[in-house]
Structures are given as structure tokens and as C-alpha cells.
Design a binder for this molecule. Structure first.
Ligand SMILES: [Zn+2]
Length: 735
């Protein structure tokens, strides 16, 4: 039977005997499309071109996809009405709309159309009704040319390339030029990309399966005007052409969306995709996606040259589109398309890199000090114990991360951490044993004599007079030390809380007290001090650049932080987000200040560094050599090993058949040891007589003399210090 009579019979069966008119439409390249017009109704008819086997696999893919979406009640595609798998006919409802143009997309300042594309993908992949969804999943097959690993993606391009090389004859100037372009440019590029595919990853499953319309993009979309409400209209995208639809990789889906050349979509819209958890894998596996994006560009380069391949050119005649002049146009298009490859890839890399930095719910991706992206978790607490810097026991798990570029140890500032720390600060207790009234005072456990020591260590660098600002002033221990120092200083103080402002102003004759942000301070200072502040700061960049702008040209800044290298117990302090070593502190400070000075005398287990914009007069003032060495701090993770040993040691004590132990000290590490030992702790021991008799974490503080020489003492200190204590108190028994 003639094709036309088969078609007439198909339509008559579906539409009855009423008269109808066939109006050709511009359709896909693999078929002929018609509007079937009846008096009061229209349908859309697609006549498929038979495949080599005489069957219609594309019709099958399209029909199954439309059918699956119908079960989901999706209105962004046409409803299928009838199908003839033997002769390749598909009849669907007729959607009245218009093609979307590049102008429409450019004028869409709210990115509504790209968002509608994303929503469509999310909708067809959303598990609305589990049972229908499963049925849909089952009825859909692998998309044609679906990829499951990087090698699949490579082979798709390789096959197209070989076919082009083998079937295009060098018959004239234009075919010559085309083959040269394929062999010299495209094949070279493919070899280059192939080198990027790690042999180990080549066959690793991509694990990015989704239901994909395949060949998805604005070229297969139409704008349909719908009623948004009773009074307003809105344009909505409807999608068609699902000849390749089925299960496929998300990477390929997105890469095709941005690479199809008929309706180019700016790669900057990639940002909208990766905001969706559904596409999060593009951020997590950026390298994989970029390789697939590069291969997809090459694929489209070759598709643009399809007209040169005799087999495909024939097919085009079927849909009435063949034209010899097309060859020259297509070759120029392919060359122009190729020239944009690198720009698109670089832009995509940038977007993914930014997105991973912003990634809200997981690992923070860049180092708080050097911004390197490779930050690894190196410790995970086994039990829900840690302490606040005010010594309170806390019931949180905690993890320590180490930057693999500079070695800086840090916490991960994710949502849970931020929330927990904010709670800790909101209920921050004055250091119990000094009965301070202060809230949120990080330096509360720093007696003013310690601040005097710090100033003494730096004294030769300090001018005799000027303006001095103490950041994180707390109860004013540094201001007190400054007042005791000879000289003519005008004192200023800042703190996150204004709680102590009046007391500080009165006691230290402050010129001004600032609450919160340093940004708004207008003065410049000759001396700025931050005692035990930096290790709490989440936004080091912003703080340090602000400080730099508030420093006079010859001014000095003193930073005082705990030294993780000398005291690994600091890891257990939950609100200490940074755990500095001399190297990582230098790495940080030298990013903002060209000169740093390390006082010869340092307080035990702490670090003092002085920074300046001008050279120090003393001979030891050179920019520090630690920064030049660029060596990663603690590559062997000794600090972690020590900390882990400490915890293990305490857990061992807990298991021993012994009724009670005393813990020496009343600082954060003693509190942490108390958390782990629990009921085993009978009391705290302290040599400071002011603390004796008070309660610390619910247990009394006693003098050493109060315990029998038979009772064991736990020393929550770094090894060096523990050894010294044992030597000094050789009459006692220690664990
Ligand atoms: Zn780093």
C-alpha cells in the first residue's frame, strides 16, 4: 500500500470519517510533521522516517516518554492520542504557540524561561506518586546514546568523528576544507580531552542517572500563552521532540542543554541549575562534568557537519531541507562554534568553583586562612563531648579539618556549627572561678598579669604614646595592663557586647567604646590588640582587612592566640574555629601586613605576633621566613595524633577498676577531661589559692594537699608540660 493511503487509513481510524486537511509544519529533521485540521479541532501528526531495520525506535522512545509524562499529569508536553508503530505515525494534541527566539531569552531578565526548563526536568524526575513513578521508570528505556561512564561520552564523539572521516569524500574544495577541519582541529581536540580522562575513572559509573528528554533545549520548546489569572496572561514553555528520551546521565543532559547550537544558551545560567539539589552532583564531580561538557561541544561540532555525510544528507531530502549551499554555511558555523569552546569551559569552571564555595549544607570548601579548596577531615570525635572556651562542657560531636595546602587546622563552619556556636555565645558564662560579671569575654581566663607579660615581650616595638584600640576587650584585662604601662595612651575598646561598656569607660578612661562591627570606626590607631580573638573569628578576611585600614602608617597590631603546636587540647574547644600554629598564623597575617615580628619571649602554649605596615626597627624584623618556605604545617598530623592519644588515655582511665580520680587544673582541658571521665572525677586540684573551695563543673576545687598520696591525679596537659609537673610533684601518683 502507498504511504499516503496507509496514513489516510490511520487518520480515518482515529478521527472518524469527517473531512480533514493536512498542513505541513516545520518539524524535526528525522520526520515530517503536519497540522491535521478538522472543522473545530486540530491535531499534530508526526510521520517518522524508518530506521535501517525498517522499524521506528525513535517513535517508540517518544511515545513512551509522552505516555509516562501523561501519567504524571504533566502539562508541559502534548498529550498523545494515537500511535502506529508499524508505519511510524504519532498523533498528539495540537499546541498553539510560537518558537522561542534568542531575543525572548535575552529579554528575560528574570530567567523565567531557563527556570521553566529546569522545573520541567525536576518535574519529570519527581517522585510524586511512588507507584506511577516506578511504572514510568520501568517503561522508559535507556536514552539513545545514554552514557554511564566517561568512556561512553568519549566513544560517542569518537564514533561520529570516525564516521565523518570515513564517509566524506574529498570531491571538491568544500569537502576538502571540511575534512581538514575534522582531522587537524577536531580530532586533535578529542585526543587532548582524552588525555584528561584518568584511566581509573574512565569506566567508573557516573551515578547520575535521571529521566532525560535528551537533546533538551530551547530548540525543542515552544512558547504558549496561558492564562495566569482571570486578568493576566503568561508565556509558558512547552517541550516537544523526545525521539531520544529515556534514562541518561544528568551531566549529559545539562551539557547538551548548554551546547546545542540552534538556540545558544549562555553558560552563566548554569548557576541556576546547580542551585538545585538535583544537580548538586555537578558541583561535587566538577572535573567529570567539565570533561563531558568539553566532549559535548565536540559532538555538536560534528553534528553541525552532518550535512556532509551522505547517509544523513539523504534523510534531509526526505524532510525537504537539503541544499548544497548548506555545506558551506554548516562548515562556517562549526568553525565559529569551535572558537567559543574554551571561553565556555572556563566560565563553567568558574561557576562550579564559586558554587562549591557557597555550598551551604556540607563541608566548607575553602581554607579559612589560605582559601585553598582542598580541606580534609582529619579527626572526628567518637563521643559527644567537647567544651566551650568558657570551660563549660558541651554535648556536641566535633570534627577537625586540615587544609592540604597550608596545613591550618580548623572547624567546618556549616549550618549546624554556626547554630551551636551562637547558642554557646548567647549563654556565655563569665569564667566561673573569677566570679566575673562579664558575658562573652573570650579573654576572661587571661589574667591581666599575662597581658602585662605580652606587652613586656613587645615593649621595645611600642611607641610611648598614641591611640590604642583593644578588640574583644571583655572585662578589660588588656586595658588594665596598658594603663599600668608607662606612657601617654588614649584608650579605645571594642567588643561584640556593650555589656561592660560603662564599666570599661569609667575604669580605663576610654575615649570611646565601640560595639560590634569595626567598619564604622573613623579613627586610626597606633596600637591595636587582639588577645584570644582570632581563633573565634569566622570571617578572617573581613576582620583583617578592616584592621589594616584602621592602623596608622607606623602602627602595630598584637595578635595573641593559642598555639596548637604546643597544646593539642585546644581542638576540644568547640568555639575555637581556628587552631593556629606559628606557620599558619604567619600565613594569615602576612596576607595583610608585610612585616611581622615574633617576640623572643612567648607565653607557654600561646603565640604572640606583632604585625605592621612598616619595617620594625630591630634587627629581627624581616618578613618571616616561615611564609617563604611554603611548607605545609604538620603534614604528619602530629597534633591530631597527640590529641587522639590524650582522648584514648582518658578513655583507658575510665575503664580501670578505680573509684575516683582528681583532675589537676581548672581550664578548658580539665573540663574536657572531666567530660570524658564523668563519674570518676572526685574533685579538681588547683595551685591557685583563689580558686580553692569553689565549684568547677559541679565538683569542688581543692588544694593538692587535700588528696591522699594514694589517689591518682589526671594531667590534661601536653606531654612536655605533664612531664614537668610530674617532676615537680614527684610525691604524687599520676596517670
Ligand atoms: Zn590553608
Amino acid at each position: 500500500m502507498q504511504q499516503s493511503s496507509l496514513l489516510a487509513r490511520f487518520l480515518a481510524e482515529q478521527l472518524g470519517n469527517g473531512s480533514f486537511e493536512l498542513v505541513p509544519c516545520q518539524g524535526g529533521k528525522n520526520n515530517q510533521c503536519y497540522q491535521v485540521k478538522q472543522v473545530d479541532k486540530s491535531y499534530f501528526l508526526k510521520c517518522f522516517f524508518a530506521g535501517p531495520s525498517g522499524k521506528f525506535p525513535k517513535l517508540k522512545a517518544e511515545y513512551n516518554f509522552l505516555n509516562a509524562l501523561q501519567l504524571q499529569d504533566n502539562h508541559q508536553v502534548a498529550k498523545p492520542i494515537a500511535v502506529d508503530f508499524n508505519n511510524g505515525y504519532l498523533l498528539t494534541e495540537f499546541m498553539v504557540g510560537r518558537s522561542i527566539t534568542a531575543e525572548d531569552i535575552n529579554a528575560d531578565s528574570e530567567s523565567r524561561y531557563v527556570q521553566q526548563c529546569i522545573n520541567f526536568i525536576l518535574a519529570i524526575n519527581t517522585n510524586v506518586h511512588q507507584s506511577t513513578h516506578d511504572k514510568n521508570q520501568a517503561s522508559l528505556q535507556q536514552a539513545s546514546d545514554a552514557i554511564t561512564n566517561l568512556d561512553d561520552a568519549y566513544q560517542i564523539v569518537e564514533k561520529r568523528l570516525s564516521r565523518a572521516k570515513n564517509t566524506i569524500d574529498r570531491t571538491d574544495v568544500i569537502t576538502h576544507e571540511c575534512l581538514d577541519f575534522i582531522t587537524n582541529v577536531l580530532a586533535e581536540k578529542l585526543a587532548e580531552i582524552n588525555l584528561l580522562i584518568n584511566e581509573k575513572n574512565r569506566f567508573t559509573p557516573l551515578n547520575s542517572d535521571c529521566i532525560s528528554p535528551s537533546d533538551f533545549g530551547f530548540h525543542n520548546a515552544m512558547l504558549i500563552t496561558k492564562e495566569a489569572s482571570s486578568s493576566s496572561l503568561t508565556d509558558e514553555l512547552t517541550f516537544f521532540d523526545f525521539e531520544y528520551a529515556g534514562h541518561d546521565s544528568k551531566y549529559k543532559l545539562v551539557a547538551d542543554f548548554f551546547c546545542q547550537p540552534r538556540h545558544p544558551v549562555d553558560i552563566s545560567y548554569l548557576t541556576l541549575f546547580v542551585q538545585q539539589p538535583f544537580f548538586r552532583t555537578l558541583i561535587d564531580e566538577q572535573t567529570t562534568f567539565i570533561v563531558i561538557l568539553a566532549l559535548t561541544q565536540l559532538k555538536w561540532n560534528l553534528i553541525l557537519l552532518n550535512e556532509f555525510i551522505p547517509e544523513i544528507a539523504n534523510r534531509r531530502e526526505f524532510s525537504g531541507q537539503s541544499n548544497n549551499e548548506i555545506l558551506s554555511v554548516q562548515l562556517q558555523r562549526s568553525k565559529a562554534y569551535f572558537s567559543l569552546h574554551e571561553t565556555k569551559l572556563n566560565h563553567a569552571k568558574q561557576i562550579l568553583c564559586n558554587a562549591s564555595n557557597l555550598k551551604a549544607d556540607g563541608m566548607k570548601y575553602s581554607c579559612i586562612v589560605c582559601h585553598a579548596e582542598h580541606v580534609e577531615r582529619v579527626y572526628q570525635s567518637k563521643e559527644e563531648h567537647c567544651v566551650a572556651s568558657d570551660c563549660r562542657p558541651l554535648g556536641f560531636n566535633f570534627a577537625i579539618y586540615q587544609c592540604q595546602a597550608c596545613g591550618h587546622y580548623q572547624k567546618n563552619i556549616d549550618d549546624a556549627y554556626q547554630q551551636n556556636v551562637e547558642e554557646v555565645y548567647a549563654s556565655y558564662q563569665a569564667y566561673q572561678l573569677t566570679k566575673g560579671k562579664e558575658q562573652l569575654n573570650f579573654s576572661a581566663d587571661v589574667p591581666s598579669s599575662r597581658c602585662q607579660m605580652i606587652l613586656n615581650h613587645c615593649q621595645e616595638l611600642l611607641p610611648k604614646s598614641g591611640r590604642m584600640l583593644d578588640v574583644g576587650a571583655g572585662s578589660g584585662v588588656m586595658l588594665a595592663a596598658m594603663t599600668a604601662l608607662k606612657g601617654d595612651w588614649q584608650l579605645y575598646a571594642q567588643d561584640v557586647s556593650a555589656h561592660q561598656a560603662d564599666m570599661l569607660k569609667k575604669n580605663y578612661k576610654l575615649i570611646d567604646f565601640y560595639q560590634g562591627d569595626l567598619h564604622y570606626i573613623e579613627e586610626q590607631f597606633d596600637l591595636i590588640t587582639l588577645v584570644h580573638v582570632l581563633e573565634h573569628v569566622w570571617q578572617l578576611d573581613s576582620l583583617l582587612s578592616t584592621l589594616k585600614s584602621k592602623l596608622s602608617s607606623t602602627g602595630k597590631i598584637i595578635f595573641q592566640v593559642p598555639n596548637i603546636d604546643e597544646n593539642e587540647w585546644d581542638f576540644a574547644i568547640y568555639d575555637h574555629v581556628s587552631h593556629f600554629s606559628k606557620q599558619t598564623l604567619a600565613q594569615l597575617v602576612l596576607q595583610y601586613f608585610p612585616f611581622v615580628y615574633w617576640p623572643k619571649n612567648q607565653i607557654d602554649k600561646e603565640l604572640t605576633v606583632v604585625a605592621s605596615l612598616t619595617a620594625f626597627p630591630s634587627s629581627e624584623n624581616k618578613s618571616n621566613e616561615t611564609i617563604n618556605s611554603h611548607k605545609i604545617f604538620d603534614p604528619q598530623k602530629k597534633c591530631i595524633e597527640h590529641f587522639d592519644n590524650n582522648v584514648q588515655h582518658l578513655l583507658n582511665i575510665k575503664q580501670q577498676a578505680i573509684n575516683s580520680v582528681a583532675v589537676l587544673g581548672t581550664g578548658p582541658s580539665a573540663s574536657y577531661a572531666g567530660c570524658i571521665l564523668g563519674e570518676k572525677v572526685s574533685c579538681w586540684l588547683d595551685e591557685d589559692k583563689h580558686k580553692i573551695g569553689q565549684l568547677f563543673c559541679g565538683y569542688p576545687v581543692k588544694p593538692l594537699s587535700a588528696i591522699t598520696k594514694n589517689e591518682f591525679i589526671v594531667l590534661p596537659y601536653p606531654a612536655v608540660q605533664s612531664r614537668r609537673i610530674k617532676e615537680r610533684l614527684s610525691d604524687y601518683r599520676f596517670y
